[in-house]
Design a binder for this molecule. Structure first.
Ligand code: ADP
Length: 488
């Protein structure tokens, strides 16, 4: 893409999301929302991230002051607090009636909060107001960047109120669509005349994600392959028609990772730091990991999985393939939580193969770093994967990714085909179709590659040298932003 116009001075983007690292995270969305501002900064774009002021957000913010107020925001008083955490500038929407809950950010002990539609409509509504009015410290965004369904109504509110700030909608996962009954139109401050197929209506209900996809000026998703997949019924989750209609405005931009946080040479969470020249020191981390999970010594590969335990992530396929993998001499450790039945199945496997299978149910950031440092391979058998981050951490740590050939996994891992091995290009193993048989075959290939330690080390070194930072992707976002603002 060629930059057409010089960027406006002090160009600033309002990024709107329900989670953001380091304040609050349940998945990869938070990593991206937290990392993008720093990357965009080097491209000349300043950012402020608008997110709900959940209690843990308030606790971590520094230099907080009120920059916007509303005495009656969807049933209660609200204010926007400007604060910072590290380099990140945050606008925290404080509305205790919506965001002060004892449970998680989306659900309590009995499941999803019943007013999630209102909670995130309020976030989106305030985003649109900030575009129109700016904040009391004189800041006003040139562009709105909405992430996933929780921010999906923001481009729609802009459109309905004739606010001319351009908007970008990013899909991190099409499976979550923010669907709520049509009777909620007034409650959500949505005009009844917009309740039709070409706007808010989705199979007789309202979809916040669809609203964003229809009304944003541009749509992005987090890998080129996922952008293509979204136009097909197998992956589009009913939105494939809209994706085809909007294909000229749809861009796939692969996520980067924070290479300062994810750096085996400096990572404070791991036993032994190493880099591409001292990769044999990874052994010390491997030994520590075997001990951490109480596994026996092994001459075969030690695989790791760090994941939500869900059908999307193919954890059922993993469970099916594990016995054969152990029979061939492999060992595996799994960290994750999610579907109760999958948790139980994995724990049963750990009980059945105590020397070769270890399972930790829960969320543990430090342990995840130790796993990437100590594992030989990271397994990602997702049925669909918009981008995926763990295969990127794997590459960075010389922990060879074994991935389903789908979405962002396909775009970031070069399969060890004969051709790719011969031309010294391979960085991992990619398998398709995504089923238990293919995964078992991938495990066999892993065992075979690992057995030849000389070429294994070459594979590891190539993986560690793969470019994974945000530079190129941030440039792509910045160019799209520039074009939109220049055209506005
Ligand atoms: P998704 O957002 O679909 O869950 P991604 O691969 O994009 O999948 O991002 C998942 C993020 O959450 C990664 O940073 C991964 O390391 C982290 N993660 C997932 N489960 C755990 C866990 N149990 N403990 C620590 N980190 C986890």
């Amino acid at each position: 893409m060629v930059r057409m116009q010089p960027r406006p001075a002090h160009a600033s983007v309002l990024s709107v999301a329900s989670e953001c690292v380091p304040l609050v995270k349940t998945g990869g969305l938070a990593d991206v929302v937290g990392a993008l501002p720093k990357a965009l900064k080097s491209q000349g774009w300043d950012s402020r991230v608008l997110l709900p002021a959940y209690p843990q957000v308030i606790d971590q913010l520094r230099s907080v002051r009120t920059v916007w107020e509303d005495p009656a925001l969807f049933g209660g008083p609200a204010e926007v607090l400007l604060g910072s955490v590290g380099q990140l500038k945050v606008l925290a929407l404080s509305a205790p009636h919506l965001y002060h809950r004892p449970g998680g950010i989306y659900q309590g002990p009995t499941g999803d909060y019943l007013d999630n539609d209102v909670r995130f409509a309020a976030l989106s509504w305030v985003a649109a107001q900030l575009c129109a009015e700016g904040t009391s410290d004189g800041w006003k965004p040139a562009l709105l960047h909405a992430h996933d369904w929780q921010a999906g109504l923001a481009p729609a509110y802009l459109r309905f109120a004739d606010i001319d700030t351009p908007s970008v909608m990013t899909i991190h996962n099409m499976a979550f669509q923010g669907i709520t009954p049509a009777e909620r139109l007034e409650t959500l401050r949505l005009p009844r005349k917009e309740f039709h197929y070409a706007s808010l209506e989705y199979h007789g209900a309202i979809s916040a994600l669809k609203a964003g996809l229809v009304h944003a000026d541009l749509i992005t998703t987090v890998s080129p392959s996922y952008a293509e997949e979204l136009m097909r019924p197998e992956f589009g989750f009913g939105m494939e028609g809209i994706m085809v209609e909007r294909s000229a405005d749809l861009h796939g931009i692969v996520n980067g990772i924070d290479t300062t946080v994810w750096n085996p040479a400096t990572d404070p969470a791991i036993t032994q730091n190493y880099d591409v020249r001292t990769i044999q020191q990874k052994q010390t981390n491997r030994q520590a990991l075997l001990e951490e999970f109480g596994l026996g010594p092994t001459g075969g590969p030690l695989a790791i999985v760090v994941s939500r335990l869900s059908h999307q992530k193919g954890i059922d396929l993993l469970a099916t393939a594990i016995p054969e993998f152990t029979r061939l001499g492999g060992s595996i450790v799994v960290l994750g939580s999610g579907d109760a039945e999958l948790e139980r199945t994995l724990e049963e496997l750990a009980a059945q193969y105590p020397d070769q299978v270890g399972v930790r149910i829960g969320y543990d950031e430090a342990l995840s770093h130790q796993m990437f440092a100590g594992g030989d391979a990271v397994i990602v058998p997702s049925r669909f994967e918009p981008c995926g981050l763990t295969q990127l951490y794997g590459l960075r740590y010389g922990t060879i990714p074994v991935v389903a050939a789908t979405g962002g996994l396909r775009d970031t891992v070069i399969n060890a085909s004969l051709a790719a091995l011969a031309s010294e290009a391979a960085t991992g193993i990619a398998f398709s179709p995504v089923d238990a048989l293919s995964l078992s075959q991938a495990f066999r290939r892993l065992i075979g590659l690992y057995a030849d330690q000389h070429s294994w080390h070459r594979l590891q070194r190539r993986a560690m040298e793969a470019p994974l930072g945000w530079d190129l992707s941030a440039q792509y976002y910045a160019e799209l932003f520039d074009e939109l603002v220049a055209a506005a």
